[in-house]
Every structure is written in C-alpha cells, then in structure tokens.
Write a protein that binds this ligand. Sequence first.
Ligand SMILES: [Fe+2]
Ligand SMILES: [Fe+2]
Length: 333
Amino acid sequence: MIDSTHKKYPPRIDKRVINHQYLPCSLDILIKETILPFDCYIKRYGDYVVIIQAGTYISGELLEKMSNNKEIYLLKEDSEKIGQYKTELNVIDLSDSRFNVLETCEERLSVMYTTMSNAMKAIFDNRDEKLPLEALYTYLDQLAKCVDLETNILSLLLKNIPDEYTTHHHSTNVAFFAVILAKAIHLSQEEIIDVGFTGLVHDIGKIRIDSNLLLKPSRLDDDEYEIVKHHADDGYAILADNGIINQKILNGVRFHHERLDGSGYPKGLRRKLIPKYAQIVGVCDVFDALTTKRTFRKNYTSYEALLVMKQEMASQFDDLYVNTFIKLLSRNS
Ligand SMILES: [Fe+2]
Ligand SMILES: [Fe+2]
C-alpha cells in the first residue's frame, strides 16, 4: 500500500477487502497533483489489494511508479467520490486532514494551482456563462489563507507555472499574483480574496471570443484586436449576470486594461479614475503576459519583464504595485 505521506514506496500490501464489488479502471483516473479521495486496488493472486490509499497525494513520481499497472480497480461503493473527483471542480478544504498530509507550502500551492486551473479550463472549454462561483470563491479563500509571504512563494510559483500560454493557466497565474500582491500591500483578508477572484475571472469575457482568434499564432490585425477588446465589457456583463454586485470586482474586470497614462481600454481612463482592483490585476496581467511564451514573440524572464514595466511602461502602472512585485521577487530569489 502506498502510504498517504507518499514517501514509503514500494507499497506494502497489507490490506485485503472481501465481499465488495470492484470496477476495473484505467490509470487515467489518477489526476496529477490531487489528493485521492478513495482507495485504489490491484488484483493479486485472485484478491484485490489496496495499492493507493485514500488521502494519498498523487505526485508525478507516484504516477510514474504506477505506470507498470495496466489496470486498477475501484470500489463500486466509492462511485460518488469518484464522480466528484473527476468533475475537476473538486474543492479541497484546507481544514481537511487529506490536505494536511501535504507537508510543504510547495505541495499545497501545487494542488491549489492544478485545482484552480482545471476549473478555469472547464469553464473556458465549455463556454458556459453560468459560473461555479461558490467553488471559485472557495479556492480564493483557501489560497489567501495559504499564501505566506515569509516563504519564497513567488519564486516557487514562477518555477512551477507552465511556460506555454493558455487562457486557463493565465487566469490562474493572475489570481495567484494578485493574492500575493494584495497581501504584500496589506489589504484586508476580504479584499485579498476579492482581488484574487478579480484576477481569476479578469478574462472571463473571452469565453465569447472564437478560440481560433484567441489562439491565433501571429499578432492580431486591427479588426481582430477590436473584437478581443470587447472581453473587458463582456466580462463585466457575464459577472453581473451571475449575480455579482460587488462593484470593485465588476469594475476590476471591466477596467483591467486601462493604463494610468490613458492609453488603455475600454474607456481610456487616467490615473485615479482607474479602480484599485483593476490596477493590481492589470499589473499582474501584464507581468504574466510578458513572462509567458507566445508563438509571435519570445518570453521575458521575471527580471526582464519587471524591467520593461519599470522603464518602457513606467507611465502605465502605479510604482507601488510594480515596486512591490520587484521587492517580492528580489527577496525570494
Ligand atoms: Fe484581459
Ligand atoms: Fe489577461
């Protein structure tokens, strides 16, 4: 059996379960960087024996070790748990003992990152404008509790986020950056969660844009850029339709492309007229865009991106936010 601390491989086969019904299942059921909520079995000498115990963290290393087993078995009575696990919106509760087996900040953030980006992938893939707000808010609440600025959190995060651009990873990255930045400038816990949520859904309006246009491997022409610019207003409308009435969040999404010098959109707002959440999310958005690989340009290192934002784009962002980002990065590197 693989111990729930996932550190005692090879497994000891020490548990036999009889008089149960087992369902054969492929290894695809195991999702990397999640916590398995049910026992997993293999067949050995005609008996079913536990190979991965419920509560085990599914690391990449564990998946590799499991790859020799062509078929695994699950208990039929666990069907409900299995269904929830596969929905990709399975919320991991920080107070849950299964989550507490994760000893390091890195492991916890990794599980949160995967859970959040899977949820955003499902939203963008399905283009369903009815958002799972409760689940999304729960993620942000958990993330805000877990972020500890005394650790090297920003470096850990930057080390682990994928290089390639996808809208769901971008949304998750911006949410993580926004929570870290909001915490570093000492916003209240409630505001940290709200700013993080604004970051997570800042590009939600893009579910109304054709994916061929979003994933176009070259620069957009003027007409295409006009279409893409609609996502800011569309994001506001989608969130309002979902019953969100918090104007800070709504305007944070609507104005995240506004710039202090008036060069942004949709309104060309200047300086103090740009809401705080929009400014914070805007800085995180640009930082992520610059550091992510795109087919039409190279990606910058974190240091280069912040240098560009501090120098070439200096008129666009409030120094407070860019400088805080730089301090976080230099302290943690
Ligand atoms: Fe955007
Ligand atoms: Fe964005």
